[in-house]
Design a binder for this molecule. Sequence first.
Ligand SMILES: Nc1ncnc2c1ncn2[C@@H]1O[C@H](COP(=O)(O)OP(=O)(O)OP(=O)(O)O)[C@@H](O)[C@H]1O
Ligand SMILES: Nc1ncnc2c1ncn2[C@@H]1O[C@H](COP(=O)(O)OP(=O)(O)OP(=O)(O)O)[C@@H](O)[C@H]1O
Ligand SMILES: [Mg+2]
Ligand SMILES: [Mg+2]
Lengths: 223, 223
Amino acid sequence: LISFDRIRKIYRLSEIEIKALDDASFQIEEGEFVAIMGPSGSGKTTILNILGCLARPSSGEYLLDNKNTEQMNDRELARLRNSKIGFVFQNFNLLPRFSALENVELPLVYANVGKKARESLSLKALGEVGLSDRTGHLPSQLSGGEQQRVAIARALVNNPPLILADEPTGNLDSNSGREIMKLLHNINYQGNTIIMITHDQGIADQARRLIALKDGKIVKRDG
Amino acid sequence: LISFDRIRKIYRLSEIEIKALDDASFQIEEGEFVAIMGPSGSGKTTILNILGCLARPSSGEYLLDNKNTEQMNDRELARLRNSKIGFVFQNFNLLPRFSALENVELPLVYANVGKKARESLSLKALGEVGLSDRTGHLPSQLSGGEQQRVAIARALVNNPPLILADEPTGNLDSNSGREIMKLLHNINYQGNTIIMITHDQGIADQARRLIALKDGKIVKRDG
Ligand SMILES: Nc1ncnc2c1ncn2[C@@H]1O[C@H](COP(=O)(O)OP(=O)(O)OP(=O)(O)O)[C@@H](O)[C@H]1O
Ligand SMILES: Nc1ncnc2c1ncn2[C@@H]1O[C@H](COP(=O)(O)OP(=O)(O)OP(=O)(O)O)[C@@H](O)[C@H]1O
Ligand SMILES: [Mg+2]
Ligand SMILES: [Mg+2]
C-alpha cells in the first residue's frame, strides 16, 4: 500500500517560497494503474520523486508498503528504491558514457545478477521496446524517443513491483507510444503497480484511475 | 528560400552504417509554416540539425537563403545561425548555471544588444510563455515543461526569420501547448518561417504543410 498523508514540498529561493505540493493526500493499492495529470508546473514530478524516494517531503507522512519513509535514512531509502521501484525519468537520465545495453543492465548490477543473465535480460527488455538494433549506441547516438525507450527498458528490466513513469510517451510517435502502453498493460496485468504522469488524455484514459493536480493541490483523486 | 537536394546523413558505428537520412529533397519558401512528422528514429531531428547549420550532411546540397552551406566554414555557419535562426531543442539544451532570464538573453548577447534592452526583451519573452514568476530559477529549479518554455522564449527573443522547433509542446499540458501554438501563429503571421517537428497530430494540423518521414526517407512533402 502507498499512502500520502498531507504531503507538502516547499522550495525556498532567496526570499520567495514555492509550494510545489500543498497537502497532497491519497492512497494507492497494490496492482493499481494510476494516471497523474495536471498543468505544467503543478507538482506532478515532485509527487513522483517523493513516491520514488528520490526526494523527501517538507512535511506530511509517506508510507510505502506500510513503512514510514521518514524513519528511514538515505541508505535504507536507496535500498528500498533499488529493489522495489522502477523509475522512468522525464528527462530519461541515462548515463552518457554507457551504451543502451549497459544502461539497461544497471538495476541488475545493483541486484547482484550475474553477467550472462544481466545481458540476456537486458537484450530482451530492449527488444520489447523495439531497440534490438541500437543496443551498442551511446545516448548521444540515439534519437530522443530511442533514449526514452532505453529509459523505459531500464525501469522494467528487473520486474519491480512498483513502476513510476514520468511522461513515458512524450517523445514517441503514436505507434511507438501504443507499443509502450501495451507493455505497461502486460506488466500491470501480472500484478505490478503503475503510477504514470502524462499530458496525453488518450494515454491517461488507458489507466484505471486518475489523480489530477493543480497548483500543487489534488483536485481529483479517483475514477 | 530553403532547399534540400538529395541530402544524406550517414553515421558509422564500428562496422555498421546507419542511414539517418536517405536522399531527402524538398523546398520551403519564406513565411511557410511546416510540420515534420514521422516515427521515432526516422530522421526528423537530423533534418532540423542540418537545417539549423548544427550538423553537415554526408552528401547532397543544402541552400539557405540561396547560399550553399557546403562552401561555408564553421565560423560562417555559426554567424548565419546566430543571426537568422532560432532553435528549440528536443532536450531544451539550457545552460545549467544560468537562470531562465540569462538563458533567454543569450541570443541577444551574441547580437551585441545592450544590457537594458536585453533584459526587457527577455522579460517580455518569458512573459509570453507564462514564466514571469520563474525568471530567476536555474534549469534544475524548473519543471520539464517550464524548461521547455524557457527554451522556446530563448529561440524567439531576437525575432529570427527562421524558427526550427523540435517537439516544442512535448512536455506541455494541452492549455500550455495551445498558448505556445498561438505564439507561433502570431510570429508566422508577421512573416517568420517556422519548421516544427511534432508527434502530436493536433499540433501538426495547425501548420499549413506537412513533411512526413519514414526510415530516413521523405514519404510526403506537401499538403
Ligand atoms: N551520432 C549518431 N550515431 C549513430 N546513429 C545515430 C546518431 N544520431 C542519431 N542516430 C540514429 O539516426 C536515426 C535518426 O535519428 P533522429 O534523432 O533524427 O530521429 P528522430 O526522428 O528525431 O527520432 P525521435 O522522434 O525519437 O526524436 C536514429 O535511429 C538514431 O539511432
Ligand atoms: N529545486 C526547485 N527549486 C524551486 N522551485 C522548484 C524546484 N523544483 C521544482 N520547482 C517548482 O515547483 C513546481 C512544480 O514542479 P514539478 O516539476 O513537480 O512540475 P510538473 O507538474 O512535473 O510540471 P511539468 O509538467 O512541466 O513537468 C514548478 O513550478 C517548479 O518551478
Ligand atoms: Mg514534470
Ligand atoms: Mg528527435
